[in-house]
Design a protein around this ligand. Structure first.
Ligand SMILES: *[C@@H]1O[C@H](CO)[C@@H](O)[C@H](O)[C@H]1NC(C)=O
Ligand SMILES: *[C@@H]1O[C@H](CO)[C@@H](O)[C@H](O)[C@H]1NC(C)=O
Ligand SMILES: *[C@@H]1O[C@H](CO)[C@@H](O)[C@H](O)[C@H]1NC(C)=O
Length: 360
């Protein structure tokens, strides 16, 4: 073989390898990494400089150029969030009250996981990267010695993974823990969360949960799609527009939600999941600033030397307005305003800006 043939051959191979690697890398990005993104967890997450998503409460205190925030700086961001939450909860004059004040029901107690050894309660908010936090708590409770050892199918199996729900305890035990433990939850932009839930349950369905496509989607289509033929229900699949109509229909969705049972945890409000006006959480982390919230929460909970949080794929937590605009394009203002009305409590309690670009 002549040398230039060898050269061409080698370049061809390199091109193939490059294509393969870049395809592999791009297929790993996405916003549902919480469902099965496993990376070596052996090192602590380093606080990475991130552009801060404009949240009302954070903008005044943190400049975008801050590289690694000191503990004190992030503590003041966190305190501001808690002040805003407290003020919104106290504001009984606001018409939001029934969107923000939720009794501590069995449904709420089912959402909260208990780590007695380190006196921690964690309220699960699906579609916000919670799987990783559950793994952290499973390790702390001692059933496994590191995050990587936990089999994926065990993370959500609360009979076997040694991570009890608060609802499994007696009323006295519950009250004592609510009053004394470190309590936290993580939130993200409410509309981005709904998009993530829609994609994860009705488009991709990576964990093969057939009831979303076979039971829930047809029920929503039957009630909310403007025109449909029964024969089309199964094949056509749920459109985001159908989903938005269902979510924004305060009256009509009650009966459906009862029928859907626990599956609704993927789209009911943070307020309904975690009762943040009744339970005095210690910290509310934001998915958009997870790189800073993770080390802060680990320190505040006193577990930063005991366990590490799996590393966060770069860029994955950032708010993507283009994506939000794309999903809502073609959906009527009226339907979007109704949707916002239902989720406005979550926007306001946690300092997320009203998405005026969709409403007006
Ligand atoms: C209380 O709610 C009202 C009505 O929504 C609002 O105008 C006012 O600014 C709120 N006050 C606080 C302290 O948030
Ligand atoms: C909140 O209360 C108002 C007035 O009582 C009611 O019209 C509205 O449907 C309620 N919203 C929700 C989400 O329950
Ligand atoms: C934002 O979303 C759009 C549409 O889904 C996508 O094409 C783009 O790559 C995303 N941008 C980032 C920074 O992830």
């Amino acid at each position: 073989m002549r040398p230039h043939c060898l050269l061409v051959g080698a370049c061809g191979w390199m091109l193939l390898i490059f294509l393969f690697v870049s395809k592999f890398l791009s297929s790993r990005s996405g916003d549902d990494y919480g469902q099965g993104y496993t990376l070596p967890a052996s090192k602590l997450v380093k606080p990475v400089p991130v552009v801060i998503y404009p949240e009302k409460s954070d903008l005044e205190t943190v400049k975008e150029s801050v590289a690694t925030p000191t503990e004190g700086e992030w503590q003041s961001v966190s305190e501001k969030r808690m002040e805003l939450l407290g003020a919104m909860c106290r504001n009984s004059s606001s018409g939001l009250r029934n969107l923000t004040h939720v009794p501590i029901s069995k449904f709420v107690l089912d959402r909260i996981f208990v780590c007695d050894k380190h006196k921690i309660l964690f309220c699960q908010t699906p579609k916000v990267g919670n799987t990783q936090w559950k793994k952290v708590l499973i390790v702390l409770n001692g059933a496994f010695s590191s995050v990587e050892e936990i089999p994926e199918n065990l993370v959500h199996d609360h009979e076997k993974n040694g991570l009890p729900r608060l609802s499994s305890l007696s009323p006295q035990e519950i009250t004592q823990r609510l009053n004394t433990y470190f309590k936290f939850l993580i939130v993200r932009d409410p509309f981005e969360r709904l998009i993530s839930a829609f994609k994860d349950k009705f488009v991709k369905n990576p964990r093969f949960e057939p009831w979303y496509k076979h039971d829930i989607a047809p029920a929503i289509i039957r009630k909310y799609r403007k025109s449909h033929r029964n024969s089309e229900l199964a094949e056509s699949g749920l459109h985001f527009e159908d989903f938005v109509r269902y979510l924004g229909d305060a009256e009509g969705r009650r009966r459906l939600d009862r029928q859907f049972g626990e599956h609704i945890i993927h789209w009911v409000t943070y307020a309904e999941l975690c009762a943040p006006c009744e339970i005095h959480y210690s910290v509310v982390g934001h998915h958009e600033t997870l790189e800073k919230d993770v080390p802060y929460i680990l320190r505040a909970a006193g577990i930063d030397r005991l366990v590490s949080y799996p590393s966060i794929p770069p860029g994955i937590t950032r708010y993507n307005r283009t994506k939000v605009e794309r999903y809502f394009s073609g959906i009527s203002r009226r339907d979007i305003r109704r949707l916002y009305a239902h989720y406005s409590g979550d926007f306001q309690l946690f300092g997320y800006q009203t998405p005026d670009f969709l409403l007006n």
